[in-house]
Design a protein around this ligand. Structure first.
Ligand code: PHE
Length: 374
């Protein structure tokens, strides 16, 4: 665009208004309108229409210039010229508005089609795996012990009879050695069993690590039980063994109370009930107050604790001198305590799982509810 034509009324242009003023005849205005309408109709999208609008209705469009030139006309001609140009601009603006609406509607429709999502399509993502609730529970128990400064130890699941029984002061004719309780591994003379508890790791740890000793042993254990709501032939325990100078039953109780709190929350009420194990003396079972009935009388016996008001958690006691001796530890100088808590029971009571079989059946719908703990 040549300099000077864009600034209507500028001093340079003002010198000769007649020569640069647009023609204000009906034909020329009609021609501008026709051009504009044709360009509007041709505009294929909103960007194109924007350009058309600038060219035919913008400040420098022929009709805008014509409008500006009206001011320079002799007085009597102004009204007619104003009407002519005003109507022309009105027609162009209307056509622009209509085309704008059409093109917007077209765009909206296209977006709906192009960006449509099929909400019924099967997701491509594979479901996240979950850690089994027993794994998570055992780990949490072990973590609580580590938090108290204990070490973690492990032992084999196929265990020497000597570690599983003899080192733990079981008599040769103790009933636990009978076929009906213990899985023996063939050939019989190999002296191997599937460990019936995690306690053999007591002897292993004492022999391997010496004293003083604080170890926790999470692990799998086996007994010839039928699978039902409260028994399973494969189960898990968390063993604890502390051997040091001057340990008493009070340390045992304090340790188990802390472990119970870590698993079940503060304010857990526990009791030690006299029991018998060949490898501890005195021995006890640890129970805690049933968290469903809290020991209060109920109309029908509480299903969680069987109406006793207490839930059995595991066995414990002061380590028998014979065990210490079998592992080369002087019982006059060192004493200690041990315990073995059921991981299944812990998981069941932590999560309100009523039937032990759910823990082993491997139904993903069951498993998926757990294993998200952090
Ligand atoms: N090993 C015993 C059981 O399986 C539990 C226990 C562990 C008892 C340690 C006393 C000390 O029942």
């Amino acid at each position: 665009m040549p300099a000077g034509t864009d600034e209507g009324g500028s001093p340079r242009e003002g010198g000769d208004p007649a020569s640069s003023a647009p023609a204000l005849t009906e034909e020329s205005i009609e021609a501008h309108v026709a051009q504009a309408l044709e360009a509007i109709a041709r505009a294929g999208d909103l960007d194109g229409l924007k350009e058309v609008r600038l060219a035919h209705a913008g400040d420098r469009s022929p009709l805008a210039l014509a409008n500006r030139a009206i001011g320079g006309l002799p007085g009597p001609e102004k009204a007619a010229a104003g009407k002519l140009v005003g109507q022309a601009r009105g027609r162009v603006n209307q056509a622009l508005g209509r085309r704008q609406q059409e093109l917007e509607a077209e765009r909206d429709e296209r977006i709906l089609v192009e960006e449509a999502m099929d909400l019924t399509v099967a997701p491509g993502r594979r479901p996240l795996g979950r850690r089994h609730v027993l794994t998570v529970t055992a780990e949490r128990m072990a973590d609580a012990m580590v938090g108290m400064g204990w070490e973690i130890a492990e032992g084999p699941q196929v265990e020497a009879e000597w570690f599983n029984f003899d080192a733990l002061n079981f008599d040769k004719d103790h009933p636990a050695r009978q076929m009906q309780d213990t899985f023996f591994v063939e050939p019989a003379k190999a002296g191997l069993v599937l460990r019936t508890h995690t306690s053999p790791v007591q002897a292993r740890s004492l022999l391997e690590r010496g004293v003083p000793l604080y170890v926790a042993v999470p692990g799998k254990t086996f007994r010839t039980d039928e699978l039902d709501a409260t028994h399973t032939p494969v189960f898990h325990q968390l063993e604890g063994l502390a051997i040091d100078e001057g340990l008493t039953m009070a340390h045992l109780k304090g340790t188990l109370d802390r472990l119970a709190e870590a698993m079940f929350g503060a304010g857990i009420v526990s009791r030690l009930r006299p029991a018998y194990f060949p490898f501890t003396e005195p021995s006890a079972e640890m129970d805690f107050r049933c968290f469903v009935c809290r020991g209060e009388p109920t109309a029908t016996p509480c299903r969680t604790c069987g109406g006793t008001g207490w839930i059995e958690w595991g066995g414990c006691g002061m380590v028998h001198h014979n065990v210490l001796r079998a592992c080369g530890v002087d019982p006059e100088r060192y004493q200690g305590f041990a315990f073995g808590m059921g991981v299944e029971r812990t998981a069941m009571f932590r999560h309100g799982i009523a039937d032990m079989r759910e823990l082993i059946e491997g139904d993903v719908r069951f498993n998926a509810q757990f294993g998200m703990e952090i």
